[in-house]
Design a protein around this ligand. Structure first.
Ligand code: 5GP
Length: 190
């Protein structure tokens, strides 16, 4: 997606060879027009996948997921990160290791928010090692539903996530694919 790549070039900051900061349009300040275009791009790509719900994880996935749900006219759900050990017995839970925060979170979905007839599109802001996306696939599968696609706003293709999701057989679509962040420079894959 050219508009997103230009915005990354203009406003993204390479923190180090593994981390890109995009706090001016996605992770802190959010650009609604860009989110709208992102939602449209995901909706077009997955238009024939029979999607009935969009699922993301709080908090940075919510903006692109919401715009995707708006375009596809389906509900949007976000998995909650639970820090306490007191987990609602009626919830579906899984453990997710956070790439940026270096902590394990138990993430949860209220039971019955996803039903077995659902075809779920998972959306997230970044794909690094795939922990968040794979955690979300586990929640969908615990609910007995199908993961019908995974949409990623920014994929860091030099990390393991893309390969892990491809090998697991998911249909992955990333709007910007980054080959390298070496030398404080964003090198796109295509
Ligand atoms: P993964 O679970 O794929 O290892 O990492 C993806 C999650 O970590 C995303 O939900 C995102 O919040 C965060 N993340 C991973 N890499 C980056 C990055 O380079 N920049 C930012 N801002 N977040 C990242």
């Amino acid at each position: 997606m050219d508009e997103l790549k230009s915005r990354i070039r203009k406003d993204g900051t390479v923190i180090n060879s593994e981390i890109l900061k995009v706090d001016r349009f996605l992770n802190h300040q959010i650009d609604p027009q860009l989110m709208k275009a992102i939602g449209k791009a995901f909706a077009i790509h997955f238009q024939n996948a029979g999607i009935t719900k969009v699922l993301t994880i709080e908090s940075s996935g919510i903006a692109p997921a919401l715009m995707t749900g708006l375009e596809m006219n389906v509900p949007v759900l976000f998995a909650r990160k639970k820090k306490s050990l007191t987990i609602n017995e009626d919830s579906l839970t899984t453990d997710v290791y956070s790439f940026t925060k270096k902590v394990h979170n138990t993430v949860l979905l209220e039971k019955d928010t996803i039903i077995k007839e659902d075809h779920v599109l998972i959306i997230d802001d970044f794909l690094a090692n795939g922990e968040a996306a794979l955690g979300l696939t586990r929640l969908v599968e615990l609910a007995g539903a199908a993961v019908s696609g995974i949409g990623i706003v920014i994929e860091k293709s030099f990390q393991q996530g893309r390969g892990r999701l491809d090998r697991a057989g998911y249909a992955v679509y990333s709007l910007a694919r980054i080959a390298s962040l070496n030398d404080h420079h964003v090198q796109f894959l295509d």
